[in-house]
Design a protein around this ligand. Sequence first.
Ligand code: UD1
Ligand code: CA
Length: 456
Amino acid sequence: MSKWAAAVLAAGKGTRMKSRLPKVLHPVGGKPMVARVLATAKAAGVEETAVIIGFGGEEVRAALGDEYHYVVQAEQLGTGHAVRLAEDALREAETVLVICGDTPLLRTETIRQLYDAHREAGAAATILTTVMPDATGYGRIIRDDKGAVLRIVEEKDADASERAVREVNTGTYCFAGRQLWEKLAAITCDNAQGEYYLTDVIALLVAAGETVAAVVAEDSAETLGVNSRAQLAEAEAILRRRKVAELLAAGVTCIDPERVYADDEVTVGADTVLEPGVILRGRTHIGPNCRIGPDTELVDTVVGEDSRVHRTYAHEVTVGARAQIGPYVHLRPGTELAADVKVGNFVEVKNSRVGAGTKFPHLSYIGDSDVGGGVNVGCGTITVNYDGVHKHRTTIGDGAFVGCNTNLVAPVTVGADAYVGAGSTITKDVPPAALAVGRSRQIIKENWVKKTVERD
Ligand code: UD1
Ligand code: CA
């Protein structure tokens, strides 16, 4: 059995979110908030976790997977009741971290600090507290004149002097397992809200002569609990600024840091410039010395060094070094561009491998294609990859030249170094180094206008 386990409170409906989605599944920085909390706890060293679910519990379970114990709290009788339900799953744990599924901004280091302080003090409970300019809504930390924690009083149960306290309970704690379960069995719901308060465990421990410690989180923004869409937006903004600060520290220029959005796992190389309106999602990795944006969204996309990506939407794509992409380009899944490729304005590329130095300068659709290196594809060329039932591949060999406004009707191959005349519809393979022209011959009728068109 684990030394350190966590009970994650995630049963709440989150009424103020006004949502069909359980509150803890609302994403912040691209991930459900409870998934963030779980990842943070795990990174801090938690070995085993019980998630207390209730409203939308099955949805929460499906989103998080089977790595955790799930405990269903059918009726929300309070935080003390909720944690108590995890006893069976976590009974043997030496230390129990209690944490809410709606505090997505907590950092791993802070949780680690809480745990270390708890172990060092040999405490029965250690509370993560913070000092807030406006403590409205939070439980207040009541200390004696020597500074020792006596109890936590909920706002609704507090008198005027207690309400004046600015140090609040963040809702995150470490408990010694045995003492926690023992005292949870003793709490009552005799309070202003008629709920079983987890916070009452603190006074019971103090009365029993146990050590109760507190760690004050310096940055109160980190402990923000999300209860409303306004707080969700606030959390999103804080996370975004955190990530952008990390990019700036890594040598990335952000022309307007308020308009750069990057998920956690995103990496960007030094000397890359991110213009306003850049959104980097999922596992997107940008090399050094690139210029990305403005108004560019890259999802699970890798971009090599020294590339320019301008007003582009790309998902599940690999772009090689020194690429010139955009403006107004759509790169779709399965696209792999080698080095020095140019994809110019109003071009869509899907599920295609493209060799080094190849150019699609304007107005093309390239789908399901294998294109060699050094190929030039003229303006308006499209691969006709769909016959209404099946998708077919187009192959273009190294060094080929495809004239403007060509239809390449797949399955079809244009051989290496071949030429295709402008305006062709190519339905048969073109041998290497051949010229293919597939269009009707132009005819001229002399004086046709004079003979046939009546004019006043
Ligand atoms: C709680 C604390 C308060 C602290 C605040 C920090 C108690 C009694 N009070 O108050 O001291 O300042 O958090 O945010 O613990 N939940 C359940 N089941 C329940 C009740 C709650 O799973 O029966 C979950 C909620 O979904 C939420 C978390 O526990 O994620 C906190 O519950 P909430 O009702 O918001 O507690 P607060 O009143 O904010
Ligand atoms: Ca709350």
